[in-house]
Write a protein that binds this ligand. Structure first.
Ligand code: F6R
Length: 366
């Protein structure tokens, strides 16, 4: 059932191109350059009435939501907040008929997320679920459902659920923008083509993953690993950091690079491994400045950047290049090396990759 792979996690990492293709099938129309969701029953009036979107989820699904915020705000200009379900449900959130609540859950059974869904409906919001399991509690109770087509996810550490959730946010962002007619044809075409190309680009990264394995083995004895990035690079770093903690048991933190000076820089010392995401053109000079700061304290830096970005060579110790895509789409590519770093580090340490200590696949208790 592992199909020749040593672990479910590795199998699921390699299944991502397929899961993504299935998730876009019937939704991303490359001919008309439109996104279609036959399963969604919203009217145009309803969609144009929302003045806020609240994304609620736990763990990795929450991290997918953080990308969702960037995407939806950029494409629709509707304000989006993202919150972990166990906080949202206990704090009297501001939700009403003009709010669209999006709950994200691979299993569709997470207790806090389900409670947040019920509370939001009670407060008059329309609730959309992005979930991987047909017939799950969350799928049954939500007003609308987008199914991710990742297929069953067995490894406790979520991988293919995350990328299909993130993809769903791109599709949803475009779909909502269509009802407002606010993107230029040209940009929309680029987005659609960019998304369609992602599965092959992931294949490419997976084919060249040897360097990542070598890097993972080099950090296995570290006491702390830091992830730095800005914008969507930061959002995806949070997921990379969680993945590493979860299965390698190495302490790690993801910091918005601009926050370094406000405290974290004190933790950087000779040899501290830093994974630095540097795909966002608009802040690339700022990132290079941050890298100089940590290098000056002796950090060992892996830079993850877009292929052809030669200027980073002079700044970092190791590089990992991802294929070229639009700035907003990079998370679907950058997360792949981050997943592989977590996997190979855990493997090098001899941990139980698929069943990390203290964790369960589905958290149905509070
Ligand atoms: C991390 C992980 C967890 C889940 C979280 C939510 O790899 O798997 O953080 O993402 O427990 O689970 P779902 O998505 O089933 O609600």
């Amino acid at each position: 059932e592992k199909n020749g792979y040593d672990h479910f996690m590795l199998k699921e990492i390699f299944e991502q191109p397929h899961g993504l293709k299935k998730t876009m099938t019937g939704r991303l129309n490359e001919e008309t350059k439109l996104v279609e969701f036959e399963e969604l029953n919203w009217t145009k009036e309803q969609m144009n009435n929302w003045d806020k979107i609240s994304i609620v989820a736990c763990g990795t699904a929450y991290h997918a939501g953080l990308i969702g915020k960037h995407v939806i705000e950029e494409l629709t200009r509707i304000p989006v907040e993202v919150e972990v379900a166990s906080e949202f449900r206990y704090r009297n959130p501001i939700i009403n008929e003009r709010t669209l609540v999006i709950v994200v859950s691979q299993s569709g059974e997470t207790a806090d997320t389900l409670a947040a869904l019920r509370q939001s409906q009670h407060m008059g919001a329309n609730v959309l679920a992005i979930t991987n399991v047909v017939g799950s509690s969350i799928a049954r109770e939500a007003d609308e459902v987008i199914l991710t087509m990742a297929g069953p996810e067995i490894a406790v550490a979520s991988t293919k659920a995350y990328t299909t959730q993130v993809l769903s946010f791109y599709l949803l962002g475009i779909y909502l923008s269509q009802s407002k007619d606010r993107l230029s044809e040209d940009y929309k075409d680029q987005l659609i083509e960019g998304i369609a190309a992602i599965p092959e680009q992931i294949e490419e990264i997976l084919e060249h993953s040897k360097g990542i394995r070598w890097y993972a083995e080099s950090i296995k004895d570290a006491s702390s690993v830091f992830f730095l990035g800005r914008g969507v690079d930061h959002a995806v770093s949070l997921e990379g950091s969680l993945k590493l903690k979860e299965i390698s048991y190495i302490h790690s933190e993801a910091y918005p690079a601009g926050e370094l000076k406000h405290g974290t820089l004190a933790l950087i010392e000779e040899g501290t491994p830093i994974v630095s995401l540097m795909t966002q053109e608009s802040v690339s000079e700022k990132m290079l400045g941050n890298i100089k700061e940590v290098k000056a304290r002796g950090a060992q830096v892996l830079g993850i950047a877009i292929e052809g970005d030669m200027k980073i060579w002079d700044y970092v110790d190791e590089t990992c290049f991802i294929p070229n895509t639009l700035s907003i789409l990079t998370p679907l590519l950058t997360v792949i090396p981050l997943q592989l770093i977590a996997y190979y580090t855990s493997l090098a340490l001899g941990n139980d990759v698929d069943k990390p200590r203290n964790l369960a696949k589905s958290v149905t208790v509070e």
